[in-house]
Design a protein. Structure first.
Length: 115
């Protein structure tokens, strides 16, 4: 079993930035893919950003140009840098890491964008 611990969420004003972290309990050197998802109240969980093992990325249209997904193998960590935040970005954010056929979710971290 792999444990993912997320951090970095919080309350931020519109236009502000946050960086979410997801630290895995095992090496991420061999992961097949990593992703960040979010779920707002009353809505389904949606993909925000994803990166494959070969470095290809894709982003939801709503975050393109504002969010960046990255990884640090040495720290077994995956990050989501979020800039120019808007109230529509308010949600619980989850990381998901995939090794071969197995994938694991983090516990979620709340991001609230409000003035």
């Amino acid at each position: 079993q792999v444990r993912l611990v997320e951090s970095g969420g919080g309350l931020v004003q519109p236009g502000g930035s946050l960086r979410l972290s997801c630290v895995a309990s095992r090496s991420i050197f061999s992961i097949n893919a990593m992703g960040w998802y979010r779920q707002a109240p009353g809505k389904e969980r949606e993909l925000v950003a994803r990166m494959t093992a070969d470095g290809r990325t894709n982003y939801a249209d709503s975050v393109k140009g504002r969010f960046t997904i990255s990884r640090d193998n040495a720290k077994s960590a995956v990050y989501l840098q979020m800039n120019s935040l808007t109230p529509e970005d308010t949600a619980v954010y989850y990381c998901r890491l995939t090794w071969s056929l197995d994938y694991y979710w983090g516990q979620g971290t709340q991001v609230t964008v409000s003035s």
